[in-house]
Write a protein that binds this ligand. Sequence first.
Ligand code: ATP
Ligand code: PRP
Length: 232
Amino acid sequence: MTAVTPIPPAADVASRTLVLALPKGRILAECAPLLARAGIVPEADYADESSRRLRFHTETPELDVIRVRSFDVATFVAFGAAEIGICGADVLMEFDYPDIYAPLDLGIGHCRISVAEPADAAGRTNFSRLSRVRVASKYPSITRKHFAMRGIQAEIVTLNGAMELAPGLGLSRLIVDLVQTGSTLVANGLVETEVIAHVTSRLIVNRTALKTRPEAIGAWIARFRAALEAAA
Ligand SMILES: Nc1ncnc2c1ncn2[C@@H]1O[C@H](COP(=O)(O)OP(=O)(O)OP(=O)(O)O)[C@@H](O)[C@H]1O
Ligand SMILES: O=P(O)(O)OC[C@H]1O[C@H](OP(=O)(O)OP(=O)(O)O)[C@H](O)[C@@H]1O
């Protein structure tokens, strides 16, 4: 039988090293100056995506960082595996975890989550007469809610990338995806028809951890706030 590691008693949880979950990819690079201003200096290879390590110490003994997929940052924090994290508002909207508190807009990762359709069909869809529509997205919950608010039942085709291919290949009529410059849409013959929400990255914390360790976590929130003010 495999030995099961006991769940640490509350006292250990209260004193364990805090974990900050960072999203690998584009946001990680944008985070770097903010982390530096907040006094967080992780081991040098934390930003080296060719490194197979996922957890890194920082110069502050009571704080480690982990590097995970952007969508998974919210899950690590919601379940208390990481006390603090940085992730896009798109991810927070999609999961809507009640255990996450997002005290700070970090002003990085600017984009929007939008509906798009083929340029040659744009403007021809009469949404007031539509009862069902097939939409490709990696945001099934946001998409379903958005169309439900207009009385349309969205049939979601969940993809993890390259959504822009879906309409041209007959997989869906519309897509819901992130847009920043709009060049990916243009390159694939699509146009943005509706903005669902504007997105930036947020500092997030686990609500229970904030209640049990208010000084430690509150101090990190304050450091991030000061770092933002210093940059303003
Ligand atoms: N084009 C963009 N411009 C600006 N911010 C973006 C853009 N695309 C995504 N983001 C923001 O960055 C976050 C991470 O996106 P990124 O593209 O790095 O990862 P991903 O491709 O969604 O994830 P993965 O590679 O793990 O599948 C998103 O949740 C969003 O908040
Ligand atoms: O409006 P733009 O500036 O063109 O940016 C939008 C693109 O950026 C994101 O993709 P990403 O580059 O993260 O690739 P992915 O498909 O692997 O998620 C998003 O899913 C769009 O495809």
